[in-house]
Design a protein. Structure first.
Length: 400
């Protein structure tokens, strides 16, 4: 029976046409097994046509052995897929199925490429493309083990090739080439079948890798960007702040910080609803971004509180920036459900370097203290931190 965790991992709107990276492991293995089945089917069809069209070029015993191998591989893989389709309703994973898919593909390609003498060209290409697909759909550790074993086998193949004790390309009773070097019809059919397989696997590899890249980009964005406001989140803002202060110590240079808090934001949520609060946050964020330079950092520090990092800006200039932003927010027309919501914000400004401000933590504390005083003294105003951590902050006169 499925555990509660496994049931939770199964989306109600699951579809085989959705992103495979969103599927459970067993569903990804069913897809992977279906793709791997292309190899024995295409190889088998190509070899069978070659034996029918140009039998004098093919070693009948080895050809029959390979056809049996392809048939066995197809049957076993098809059986596993059918069983997996039944078991996917009771379990989210099937390690034995995964082992068979990876191992059988590697064995199939190695045997086929050795028999045709193409293990260092087409064989390695097929294996490399297989690794690309499997890396996105299966256990990466098992793939690494298979990759290591392939490397060992390739060394053995190289020793065999250079020893001269074994016949190269044992599948062929005679070289599958004409006097002018052109391939005979049967071998040409095999080459076309292999090209079809390679094109199919390449297309799927590109799709799988592109999905993987999209997923990584999304996770990276989620780890740095606030989902609602699209501003930098708190942790990324702090990381940028530490980087800027390190640079400022080397140059040296000023780094100003402005802390912003929307006034009476709880009342907005209580009166107009949380969707109205979200709209206010988004609109305020847009004003902050429009007022910032390209190399400033604007972040959502928490809840209705924001922070602006201003490299190479003095305390006085940062206070002027904050005052302009305050006016823009106060004059903004934010309409929700046909009703206009009045919004104001309070600002605290501090600057590095300064007395009592030696690192980012000091800078944020000083700006936050100034913000607290702005809210305590009536809100909708800008307060700058005065030199010294125990000194009272100074109000910034409104712009004319």
């Amino acid at each position: 029976m499925m555990t509660q965790q496994e049931r939770a991992a199964t989306p109600d709107d699951f579809t085989w046409f959705s992103n495979p990276l969103d599927w459970r492991p067993i569903d990804r293995l069913i897809l992977l097994g279906s793709l791997v089945m292309l190899a024995p089917v295409l190889f088998g069809v190509g070899l069978l046509l070659s034996m029918l069209l140009t039998p004098h070029f093919i070693d009948a015993a080895i050809g029959s052995f390979l056809l049996g191998l392809y048939a066995l591989h197809t049957v076993l893989l098809g059986g596993y897929i059918l069983l997996a389709l039944r078991q996917r309703h009771q379990t989210s994973d099937w390690p034995a199925f995964e082992n068979f898919v990876i191992g059988s593909f590697v064995l199939n390609v190695l045997v086929s490429s050795y028999a045709t003498g193409t293990h260092f060209s087409q064989g390695m290409l097929l294996l490399s493309l297989g690794v690309n697909i499997t890396s996105a759909l299966a256990n990466i550790r098992k793939i690494l083990v298979a990759y290591f074993l392939v490397c060992v086998v390739m060394v053995i193949f190289a020793v065999i090739d250079f020893s001269g004790q074994f016949s190269p390309a044992p599948l062929f009773a005679a070289p599958p080439l004409k006097a002018d070097g052109a391939p005979v019809l049967g071998w040409l059919v095999v080459q076309v079948a292999i090209v079809v397989a390679l094109l199919a696997i390449t297309r799927i590899s590109i799709a799988a890798v592109s999905r993987w890249v999209e997923r990584e980009d999304l996770y990276r964005e989620m780890s740095t960007i606030d989902g609602l406001t699209r501003l930098t989140n708190r942790s990324s803002f702090i990381a940028r702040g530490q980087s800027e202060l390190s640079r400022a110590r080397r140059i040296p240079a000023d780094v100003a910080c402005v802390m912003v808090d929307l006034d009476h934001f709880k009342n907005i949520n209580d009166t107009w609803g949380h969707h109205a609060g979200d709209k206010v946050l988004v609109e305020a964020s847009a004003i902050l971004m429009e007022s910032a330079r390209q190399y400033d950092e604007v972040g959502r520090y928490g809840g209705e509180e924001f922070a602006i990092l201003l490299p190479n800006v003095s305390l006085e200039d940062a206070a002027m920036v904050a005052e302009r932003v305050r006016e823009k927010i106060a004059n903004a027309r934010i309409v929700v459900d046909g009703q206009q919501i009045a919004v104001t914000a309070s600002f605290g400004v501090a600057c590095y370097p300064g007395p009592g401000i030696e690192d980012l933590n000091d800078l944020l504390k000083a700006a936050d203290k100034a913000l607290y005083e702005a809210k305590e003294s009536g809100r909708n105003r800008v307060i700058t931190a005065k030199p010294g951590t125990d000194s009272a902050a100074e109000p910034v006169p409104e712009l004319a």
